[in-house]
Design a binder for this molecule. Structure first.
Ligand SMILES: Nc1ncnc2c1ncn2[C@@H]1O[C@H](COP(=O)(O)OP(=O)(O)OP(=O)(O)O)[C@@H](O)[C@H]1O
Ligand SMILES: [Mg+2]
Length: 113
C-alpha cells in the first residue's frame, strides 16, 4: 500500500475528487492547509530583533491510501485536472504504508482500504 498525498489549489478539490472516483478511489482525508513552494518561500533575516516574514498560501491537502498497482492511475487522475501549467499547481508525494485497519470489521491491509 502507498500513501498518496497531494497539495492542490483549493478551487480544484471538486474536480480532483471526481477524477479520483473515476479511478476507484473513494476513501480520502481532505485538509485545508497553508504552505509555500519554490517561489513564495519564507524570507527570514536575523538582526537585533528576529524578523520573520513568511508568505503562506491557502491550499488543500488530500491524503489517500491506495494499493501499489493503483498509484500511477491515481497520480495521472490528479495531474489531469489539477494542472494549469502556472506556478503553484501543487505537489504529489508518495510514501509506503505498512498496514491499515478497518476498525468496524478489524480487516487488515488491502482489505481495509
Ligand atoms: N517540498 C515540499 N514539501 C512539502 N510541501 C510542499 C513542498 N513543495 C510544495 N509544497 C506544498 O505545495 C504547495 C504548492 O507548491 P507549489 O506548487 O508552489 O510548488 P513549487 O515547487 O513552487 O512549484 P511551481 O514552480 O509549479 O510553483 C505549497 O504551498 C506547499 O503547501
Ligand atoms: Mg510555487
Amino acid at each position: 500500500m502507498v500513501k498518496v498525498e497531494c497539495i492542490i489549489r483549493p478551487e480544484k478539490i471538486a474536480d480532483v475528487k471526481d477524477s479520483l472516483a473515476n479511478v476507484g478511489v473513494h476513501g480520502m482525508t481532505v485538509t485545508e492547509v497553508i504552505g509555500c513552494g519554490f517561489q513564495k518561500g519564507h524570507t527570514a533575516s536575523l538582526n537585533w530583533n528576529t524578523e520573520l516574514n513568511i508568505n503562506l498560501l491557502p491550499k488543500i491537502k488530500v491524503e489517500m491510501i491506495v494499493t501499489d498497482d493503483e498509484v500511477e492511475d491515481v497520480i495521472a487522475a490528479i495531474v489531469k485536472v489539477a494542472k494549469t501549467g502556472e506556478i503553484g499547481d501543487g505537489k504529489i508525494f508518495t510514501s509506503p504504508i505498512t498496514d491499515a485497519v478497518r476498525i468496524r470489521t478489524e480487516e487488515r491491509g488491502d482489505k481495509a482500504i
